[in-house]
Design a binder for this molecule. Structure first.
Ligand SMILES: [Zn+2]
Length: 122
């Protein structure tokens, strides 16, 4: 796959597992033992480095959320978290670190909470 302009090179470790091919089989076989978490989707460049086009976190479950991106993005990375708070903070962290091209807006905190972004306070 050729380099896509605007994709964010993972020059610093994201701390996520992967990358895995973004298909139902890989999602079902790798996302075991958790529901809440964050993801990064993108592709591995010719330089062997992962390029991030979008980051986010689980809606209902991380597996269901990732399946929506099948056919849109090529690969994914992920990490499970025990709480919505930890998941949101990691999502913010990734958002500020990589500024992925497909993340138009800043991540929103979980519904019913007043969690703020640890980086910018939004
Ligand atoms: Zn922020």
């Amino acid at each position: 796959m050729t380099h896509q302009p605007g994709s964010s090179k993972e020059e610093v470790a994201s701390g996520l597992f992967g990358p895995y091919l973004l298909n139902e089989y890989e999602i079902n076989h790798n996302l075991v033992g958790g529901e809440i978490g964050v993801y990064a989707v993108g592709f591995t460049g010719k330089d062997g480095v992962f390029y991030i086009d979008r980051v986010g976190r689980s809606e209902k479950t991380l597996a269901e959320t990732l399946k929506k991106f099948e056919g849109i993005y090529k690969e994914f990375k992920f990490m499970f978290y025990a709480t919505e708070k930890a998941s949101f903070e990691k999502e913010c962290d990734l958002f500020h670190l990589f500024k992925p091209r497909d993340n138009i807006a800043h991540p929103k905190g979980p519904k019913g909470t007043r969690l703020k972004c640890p980086t910018c306070g939004l």
